[in-house]
Every structure is written in C-alpha cells, then in structure tokens.
Design a protein around this ligand. Sequence first.
Ligand SMILES: *Cc1c(COP(=O)(O)O)cnc(C)c1O
Ligand SMILES: [Zn+2]
Length: 407
Amino acid sequence: MSFATTLRCRKCGREYPLEPLNLCDFCLSPLEVNYDYKSMAAKVHREKLAKGQFSMWRYRDMLPVEGEVVDLGTGFTPLIKADNLGNEIGLDHLYIKNDCLNPTYSFKDRVVSVAVTKAREFGFEAVACASTGNLAASVAAHAAKTNMKAYVFVPANVEPGKLVGAAIYNPVLITVDGSYDDVNCLCRQLTEKFNWGFININLRPYYAEGSKTLGYEVAEQLGWRAPDCVVAPAASGLLFTRIWKGLDELSMLALIEPVNTHMYVAQAAGCSPIVNAFQVGSLHIHPVEPNTVAKSIAVGNPADGYYALRVARQSGGGAAAVTDEEAIAGMKLLAQTEGIFAEAAGGVVIGVLRKLTASGIIKRNELTVAFITGAGPRTQDIVSGVVQSFHIRPTLESLEEVLKVPV
Ligand SMILES: *Cc1c(COP(=O)(O)O)cnc(C)c1O
Ligand SMILES: [Zn+2]
C-alpha cells in the first residue's frame, strides 16, 4: 500500500480518485498526487532509508505505487564534488548530480519507472508517449522489461542517435513532421482513441512524482541537507518543480531542516519561454518556436511553465538562458574538467551556472548542485568539431614527429 490518497487540482484544490487523469474537469489545471503525509512520516526515517536498495526505489514509501515496480535499476546516481569545474567558474562547493548514469542514459528513467508501473496497475494494453527523444527510449525499454507494447512518437528532426537509442528496444516508433508541441497535440487526441497509457499525458501526475527522487537523493547524499542553490534544465518545467517538491517533502517529513534553496531554471536561448517570462516579471508564458541544438529540452509551449516560474520566484531563485555556442562550450567544459560527457541540455545547465556565478547571483560560498540530466554520446554530432587526433605509423620516429618531444 502506498500513502497516496487522491489526485488534487493544483489550482482549485478539487480532488479526484487515483486514476489515469491529468487535468481538472473544472478548471483544466494539472492534477497532482496527494499523500497522507502523517502516516508517511511515521514510516519514513533516515536510518531506514539508508538501508534501502541503491536505486530510486529506496524511496518507495514516498511514491504512488502499489504492487511490484517496473525497474531497470534507475537512480541513486552519483553526486560528485566538482572541484575542477568549481575552480574554473568560481564556486567553492559545487556538486554535479550525474543522471547520465541511468539505464537509458537520462533522468527520464525515474519518471518512466513510476508511470509504467502505474500503466500496468491500471491494466492498459500498451504504453505510449510524446517525446523529444529521451522519453521514447526510456518508455520503450521499460515496456520491453514488462512485456508491454510501446508506441512512441517523436519529431522527425530528432537526432539519429536518439532514434536508434529508442528503436533498439523495439517499440512502434513513429516520427512526426512537426515540432514536439505538434507531436504532443497529436498524442492528446490519441488518448481518446486508444486504451493506451500515455506516460506523459493521462499518466502525467504519476510520471511527475518520479522526478522527486532527484531532490531526495541529493539531500541524502549531502548528509541530509538541501543545497543553497540548484540549477536545473526545463523543458515542460515539470522536472524543475519536482526537484523542489522532493526537497519540500523531506522537510515536511522532518528528514531535513526547512528548505531555503534558491532554484534556477536553465533553458537554451533558442527555446526559452520560461526564462523570457521570468525576465519580464510575468507568470504568463508566451509559446515560442524552438530553434536550438538542445533538442531534448526544446518545448515551445511548456505545460508546467507557470509552476516552474512560481518555484523560481518563490524560492528566491531565477532563470537564465544561453546560446547554443555557450551550451556547447558548457559541454566541453564539463567533459574537460569533470570527465562527464553530457548532452546539450547539460551544456545549457553548465552555461547558465557559469553565467549566474559570473554575475554574482550565485555566490562563491553557496553549496550549489547542477543537474546533468542526459548523456552526450547519442548526440555526438553537436560536438564533432572537437575531434582532433594524431595519425602516425607504428614507429617511435613517427610518434616523435607529432609529439615534438624526443621518444
Ligand atoms: C525531458 C528532459 C528534461 C526536462 O523535462 P521537463 O519536461 O522539464 O520535466 C531535462 N533534460 C533532459 C535531458 C530531458 O530529456
Ligand atoms: Zn481545478
């Protein structure tokens, strides 16, 4: 039994049963899983959690699932102290949460593990999703693991490595002429036609909860404390809000002190509707037409943008965007200081971190966590320009020629 009680509308507070529902009938706002935190608090302790398995499922009591979970071994990824990168950009206590190290190479495994578990519980005949690439791979992999059919929809301009990265698990893979927002719109229509569990549409409230484990893990890995600053990428904005919710729940459960974390949204300048709204002091998002190499976070009309803005605002954080050039520089910097090859979304995070630090918004002594949410090797074309090697004959003389040192 989980401690989840109802789905609750984030705007008007109306409650709904724990079913595959996404929006409030009354005000069309997103629904969120609501828990019996009192009973949860009686069961969840630091010592007990510390003895759990080394995956996101060590926090099972804080997630809305009932039976056996569909798990590929996701989560409890490394939180590394990034001293080299910190030195480079002027931070004394910088950490990288490296979520490249999940089974399908992005943080999406967290949300999908919860959502596919729910799809099976609800008895859907298949799972499906609208994706910019990473979600498709994760849904297909989890469906394979639990013997369900998967229908995954991606924009036709998705990177070739992301296509193969999903196709290998043998889903029904459909590429759509249009942007992610077009794909999403099509999938919304399909929820009414098929008995499929759309991981990020009709199962979205459950999907969302998986991201809380990023907040839980970071706090536990820091010795049960929240960071001073968080920099995280936003596509729909959901992940960003759930890192915050994870930290907030821990303090509600008295596992950490009251949270005082400044939350900063990172987006690519070629698709920054949330950052744009933050900068003009508005809570209203104007959709944009994406144009950036950071395709995995290129969502022009972010469903949870409003809530991400509120978290950035209320936490005393902020929002910033970087150009593709700065994002690529961020990818190189992360790889060349910390040995982590992230995809462009990670480059955006590092670029934004650098910008916020240079302008004094994030201060040298603040304990800062940068969230790296997806791995680089599937989108390596973006940085193909870095390739430089020396070609030699298998002789000492030939090596001496290129190294220009005596061998
Ligand atoms: C999906 C994704 C995100 C953010 O997703 P949200 O829609 O904002 O929850 C961030 N980084 C990567 C690499 C992603 O694939
Ligand atoms: Zn409502």
